[in-house]
Ligand binder design. Structure first.
Ligand code: BGC
Length: 256
C-alpha cells in the first residue's frame, strides 16, 4: 500500500474526482478526511461510512473552503481525529458559464472564492500544520486543462485555474526547504457532476468526445491514479509541475 500511515485531507470530496481520490487513498492505506460543502447536494457522510465499514479509516467534515475560520477548524479537527496531516488535495471547484460581458460581481467572486481563495486557504492551513510536524508533506491542486487553454464562456473559471498554476509554482519553491511538494493535476473532460449537462445530452456528449484525441471522457479514477502517485513517497522529487489527465485534449491539432 502506497499511502500507509499518511493522513490526507481532500476538499470537494462528496462527489466526482474528489470522491474517487478518497476511495483510492483509503484503499492505499491513508486515513482520509472527506470535506464537503455544508448543506450541499453531495455529503461525504455516506462515503465515510462505506470506507469505515470496510475497515479503512475516514471521517467527513462539512466546511466551506472559502471561509478561513471553517478551514482552520477543519484542519484542527483533522489533527484531533488522526493526529497529523500529510497530504492536502485542494480539489473543490465550481464553474459558471456566462458570456464575459454579462458576468456579475457575485458570479466572479463565487468562482474565484471557491477555486482560488479556497485553494489558498486550504493549502495554507495544511502547510502550516505540515511545517509544524517537520516531516514534509504533499500539496496537490486540482486545476484544469484550463489553467492553460482558454474556455470561452468561462472567464472566471479560467482565471482561477491559471492563478492556481502560478500559486502552485510559488509554493513549490518556497516549501522545498520544508520537504513539502506542490503540484497540479489538470483534468480534461471527466465524467463528473460538473459535466452533468453535457453528459445527459447525447449530441453534446458526442461533439465533446469528438474533440478529445482519446475519443471519450475521462473517468474520475483515472485522475485519482495520478493523485496517488503525487501523494506517495515515490514522488518525493516531483514538485512544481502540472500533470495533465486529458486524453490528449490540450495537445490536439485543430480539426480541418
Ligand atoms: C471543466 C469541464 C470541461 C473540461 C474540458 C474542465 O476543467 O470543468 O467543464 O468539460 O475542463 O474542457
Amino acid at each position: 500500500m502506497r499511502l500507509e500511515g499518511k493522513v490526507a485531507l481532500i476538499t470537494g470530496a462528496g462527489s466526482g474526482i474528489g470522491q474517487a481520490i478518497v476511495e483510492r487513498f483509503a484503499a492505499e492505506g491513508a486515513r482520509v478526511v472527506i470535506n464537503y460543502r455544508p448543506g450541499g447536494k453531495h455529503s461525504g457522510e455516506e462515503a465515510a461510512k462505506l470506507i469505515t465499514g470496510r475497515g479503512q479509516k475516514a471521517t467527513a467534515i462539512a466546511a466551506n473552503v472559502d471561509n478561513r475560520a471553517e478551514v482552520e477548524i477543519m484542519v484542527q479537527q483533522t489533527v484531533a481525529t488522526f493526529g497529523r496531516l500529510d497530504i492536502a488535495v485542494c480539489n473543490a471547484g465550481i464553474e459558471i458559464k456566462k458570456p464575459f460581458q454579462d458576468v456579475t460581481d457575485d458570479e466572479w467572486h463565487k468562482v474565484m472564492g471557491v477555486n482560488l481563495y479556497g485553494s489558498f486557504l486550504v493549502s495554507q492551513a495544511a502547510v502550516r500544520q505540515m511545517i509544524k510536524q517537520g516531516q514534509g508533506g504533499r500539496v496537490i491542486f486540482m486545476s484544469s486543462v484550463h489553467e492553460d487553454i482558454p474556455f470561452p464562456g468561462y472567464t472566471a473559471y479560467c482565471a482561477s485555474k491559471g492563478a492556481i498554476r502560478m500559486m502552485m509554482r510559488n509554493l513549490a519553491l518556497e516549501l522545498a526547504q520544508h520537504k513539502i511538494t506542490a503540484n497540479n493535476i489538470a483534468p480534461g473532460a471527466i465524467s463528473t457532476p460538473i459535466n452533468e449537462k453535457v453528459m445527459k445530452d447525447p449530441d453534446a456528449l458526442k461533439a465533446a468526445a469528438a474533440q478529445i484525441p482519446w475519443g471519450r471522457f475521462g473517468k474520475p479514477e483515472e485522475v485519482a491514479a495520478v493523485a496517488v502517485f503525487l501523494a506517495s513517497d515515490e514522488a518525493e522529487y516531483v514538485t512544481g509541475s502540472t500533470y495533465y489527465v486529458d486524453g490528449g485534449l490540450t495537445r490536439q491539432v485543430p480539426k480541418a
